[in-house]
Write a protein that binds this ligand. Structure first.
Ligand code: LRH
Ligand code: MN
Length: 431
């Protein structure tokens, strides 16, 4: 396991001392669920099979445009990031894949990256391109856009970058490319909406034709930021137009933080499922804008309602339904590893709770317009504390019953704090 990682014996020891209480809680929940004609072991199997990808850029301390306050043990490179991602998977048992971001994770020897990851029980999820920053040695600036830029040469450069991400992704075994662009405008009149969208689609067509036959292309919409008047891919409608224009392997990616406050995201999810264009998620939470806060930290009921739509589709075998679950968060004030572990468990919790919904009863209440009983049927599942199911599923996989407790007991942050160079507080920026 990981060069650093967590000592297996410690995990075993901590699980041993926690197992008795866990079994009691599990058996108590078994009785509660039996009264609802639910087999807890079937629910545990769902928990055990659930996986979510972690963002390589999430294990370093995040920041805002104002500042970033790095902590001890900041990862120096993709190898350090993989070490930290391996700890998250070792203790949660639910994050076997890492989503890479280029150029942040550029590495000269993709084969070495694959063997380094495999040695830590990891593989690679969707690649992420980056034409929202100017990186060193770049000829043309993305200040006024990238794939929709008015200048053909800038669009060419951005297309080439995405082709490079596909090439790198093929070398590390990834099966998808996620494209989010910051392109947009800050003043009315600054940009011609239709021409910008046409230029973007022309660029995407070339990238779409370059993805391998067994890959998917995810396009990610976002309401605003860094553009503050218009954004080329601003909403799910624009995103749906893109995916349906490109073809059968193009899908919409839903980042939970990319919508106006109070947007009914679960209904957007239902629409994209119905029209076979739901590609996947960037899970996080927010109160105001694209806050990139920990999943389930602000609005856990919304997360549950989104999974209620996903489980409904799963159980009704919705066609072309295979959403890619990924986390996309910025950890500005917590230990990023702790946040990613807790977020993973919160996302898994929402998924498992959604499997407790009495869907037959819900359908009857909906048919009879019994709003109260329909709402209560969902609330019953959401109010059910499934912690014992999640913990027992982890225990059975050899992961930790209490990931946070084991992580702190292991002193992993101190260890990497002692071995990795200190990083001074630098200007702003999410990474
Ligand atoms: C844009 C975004 C996108 C990533 C970036 C790190 O806000 O959600 O998915 O590329 O964050
Ligand atoms: Mn995102």
């Amino acid at each position: 396991m990981a060069r650093l990682g967590i000592d297996k014996a410690l995990v075993g020891h901590q699980n041993e001392s926690a197992f008795g209480a866990l079994s009691d809680d599990y058996e108590a929940l078994r009785e509660t669920l039996e009264r609802r004609h639910i087999d807890i072991d079937k629910i545990k199997a769902k928990a055990a099979a659930f996986e979510v990808a972690v963002p390589s850029w999430g294990v370093g301390t995040g920041g805002t445009r104002f500042a970033r306050f790095p902590g001890p043990g900041e990862p120096r490179n993709i190898l350090d990031k993989l070490d930290d991602c391996a700890v998250i998977h070792q203790l949660t048992g639910a994050t076997p894949r890492v989503s890479l971001h280029i150029p942040w994770d550029r590495h000269d020897d993709p084969a070495e990256l694959v063997s380094y990851a495999e040695a830590r029980g990891l593989a690679f999820d969707a690649m992420n391109s980056n034409t929202f920053q100017d990186s060193t040695g770049q000829a043309l600036s993305y200040k006024f856009g990238s794939l929709s830029h008015t200048d053909q040469a800038v669009r060419r450069q951005a297309i080439e970058h995405n082709l490079e991400c596909i090439k790198f992704g093929k070398a590390v075994g990834s099966k998808a490319l996620t494209i989010w662009i910051a392109d947009g405008s800050n003043f009315p009149g600054q940009s011609h909406f239709t021409k910008a969208f046409e230029r973007y689609l022309e660029s995407l067509k070339e990238i779409y034709e370059a993805i391998p036959i067994d890959w998917r292309l995810f396009t990610e919409h976002k309401l605003y930021e860094p553009a503050f008047y218009s954004t080329v891919v601003q909403d799910w409608g624009s995103n749906y137009l893109i995916a349906s224009t490109l073809g059968g392997r193009a899908y919409c990616l839903v980042d939970l933080g990319h919508h106006a406050p109070n947007t009914n995201i679960e209904m957007i999810v239902a629409r994209l499922i119905q029209f076979k264009k739901l590609g996947g998620f960037h899970f996080n939470d927010s109160k105001y804008g694209d806050d990139d806060l920990d999943s389930g930290a602000i609005n856990p009921y919304q997360l549950f309602l989104i999974f209620n739509e996903l489980v409904d589709a799963e159980l009704s075998s919705a066609p072309d339904f295979n959403p890619a679950h990924m986390i996309d968060q910025s950890h500005n004030v917590t230990d990023p590893i702790e946040s990613l572990m807790v977020s993973t468990m919160e996302i898994e919790r929402a998924y498992v709770q959604a499997h407790l919904v009495d869907r037959a009863a819900l359908a009857t209440h909906q048919e009879h317009n019994d709003a109260m009983m329909a709402s209560e049927t969902l609330k019953q599942a959401f109010r059910t504390d499934v912690t014992p199911v999640l913990a027992m599923a982890r225990h059975d996989k050899g992961a930790a019953i209490d990931p946070l407790g084991v992580y702190r007991a292991a002193g992993y942050r101190q260890k990497i704090g002692d071995t990795r160079p200190k990083v001074s507080a630098a200007g702003g920026g999410i990474v």
